[in-house]
Design a protein. Structure first.
Length: 456
């Protein structure tokens, strides 16, 4: 037995393998499976520190929270030969302050669990459209996108185990009496962002800012023909900028039809929300761009799911996953039927850009015989996260991955880069020499997640 194996076996004996949910070495994206030499599931932060601090030469660790990074690699490390450091058992909600609207959660705390704890309160969690069983910390570290805003905006503090086993706390962290100001910056140079989309540390907890729960919520559904996409995007940008729309504006462009649908959230105090909703509807009706304008109150699957997510409830998300993969979130990676991929470029919030992006996606579909759908997620009044996704029969994996490579190239040619990357396309965008020097400072032995968001 070599030194690496001896180290691993010792830790496996110490921690036990007793995972309620055994690890499946498969990924729904059908990326090349990486060679994983073992999986360690620590129970608490002290064990994480001891593992990280004790690694012997040749060990690399790939930390993950719940490992549901579907469409981007799931649990696969970027490089071969890693020990996966699975943090799902770190699942304590360390603090929940419902006066202030702040929670301190560990990586194994799922969005469904925290949302449940908030259900009767005046606060809600910014939830994503992914499964209720996904991690708040894992998603925030990828700068994932919730229905209200980008998840990194929810983070006000971070607890990090460094590569030498030291524990540091960044941003704003509660004192012994639980007092905290949920402000997401330190005084002086900001260190907390260095640990998102990086491989500089293992995050063992985060301070999460909750959102005041709106007392009224309208979901305005606008239906229009794809030929008007550019004009509609510009019109809705102005509505967003004038605060007639809150949260993340969504525009769905189903590949099988020319009918697009925008969902606009209008919420807040009931009287104000009713007035804003009436104003928004009057305004968009006057444009004559839309075939149907509706203050939607029904419970069809998609708007029903959106309405719940906008109210901080991810419980309907599981239905979508079950429809697509014929299984609950546990079985998605190993499901026999369908694969799934994401390409996530950022665009300026401009109609011409969205229309051009739609044309690019269609060209790639035609060239590769695959079907990708592009959904506009306007995450601010100036930026769109275009969610380009492909649900494909597993027999079409090669074509789907060829399409993914083409999308990366074609969008890059237009100057549009993804905000977040899959395991086959990992390369950080910052100055390579600075990034390399940071890695040397934080992790000189290159133990943590080699290849993850590193310079090319
Ligand atoms: C139908 C569908 C809808 C989806 N909708 C959304 C959506 O609305 N928004 C969205 O953002 N995503 C969405 N996703 C993608 C994905 O499922 C989520 O982003 C999910 O939250 C990621 O998985 P996770 O939370 O288990 O994170 P993990 O897989 O645990 O973490 C992601 C990565 O972050 C790093 N990491 C995680 N934890 C740590 C840590 N503690 N320390 C250091 N590094 C760490 C690791 O490199 C890991 O690979 C969707 C997927 C599907 C299939």
């Amino acid at each position: 037995m070599d030194e690496v194996e001896t180290w691993l076996r010792q830790w496996e004996r110490r921690l036990g393998t007793g995972m309620a949910d055994p690890v499946v070495q498969a990924n729904v994206g059908m990326f090349r499976p990486r060679r994983v030499v073992g999986t360690l599931c620590p129970d608490d932060v002290e064990q994480v520190r001891a593992i990280v601090g004790s690694v012997v030469k040749g060990v690399t660790l790939y930390p993950l929270s719940t490992g549901h990074n579907w469409g981007l690699g799931s649990r696969e490390p970027v490089r071969d030969g890693a020990v996966v450091l699975d943090l799902r058992r770190l699942d304590r909600v360390r603090l929940l302050d419902l006066d202030l609207g702040v929670a301190v959660v560990e990586p194994g705390v799922t969005q469904g669990r925290l949302a449940g704890l908030l259900s009767d309160s005046s606060y809600m969690l910014n939830v994503t459209a992914s499964s209720a069983h996904t991690s708040i910390v894992g998603n925030a570290l990828e700068r994932g996108v919730g229905l209200r805003r980008q998840r990194c905006e929810d983070v006000a503090g971070m607890e990090v185990v460094l590569a030498d086993g030291r524990l540091i706390r960044l941003g704003n962290w509660p004192d012994e009496e639980g007092r905290v100001v949920p402000y997401g910056h330190e005084v002086g140079p900001a260190l907390m962002p260095l640990f998102a989309q990086s491989n500089l540390g293992v995050v063992t907890a985060a301070v999460i800012r909750l959102l005041p729960r709106p007392r009224a919520l309208h979901l305005v559904r606008l239906t229009f023909d794809a030929s008007r996409l550019a004009t509609v995007v510009d019109e809705l940008r102005d509505c967003h900028g004038q605060r007639l729309i809150s949260g993340v504006l969504k525009i769905y462009q189903p590949p099988e039809s020319e009918e697009c649908v925008a969902y606009c959230c209008v919420d807040g105090d009931p009287e104000l929300a009713a007035l804003s909703c009436a104003l928004l509807m009057r305004r968009v009706e006057r444009t004559r761009l839309f075939d149907d304008v509706h203050d939607y109150v029904g419970d069809e699957q998609l708007p029903g799911q959106l309405r719940r997510c906008l109210s901080g409830d991810p419980s309907w998300n599981e239905l979508v996953l079950e429809n697509w993969f014929g299984t609950s979130s546990r079985g998605i990676d190993a499901n026999p039927g369908n694969g799934y991929l994401f390409f996530l470029p950022l665009l300026p919030f401009q109609g011409a850009a969205v229309a051009r992006a739609r044309a690019l996606v269609r060209e790639v579909c035609a060239e590769t015989g695959t079907q990708w759908r592009a959904t506009v997620n306007a995450i601010s009044c100036d930026v769109i996260d275009l969610v380009v996704s492909c649900l494909f029969p597993k027999a079409m994996a090669a074509q789907a991955h060829r399409a993914l490579d083409l999308l990366h190239r074609r969008f890059a040619d237009c100057g549009w880069r993804p905000y977040r990357l899959d395991v086959d396309h990992m390369s950080a965008g910052g100055p390579p020499d600075v990034l390399r020097r940071l890695k040397e400072v934080f992790d000189p032995r290159n133990v943590l997640a080699p290849g993850r968001y590193e310079p090319p």
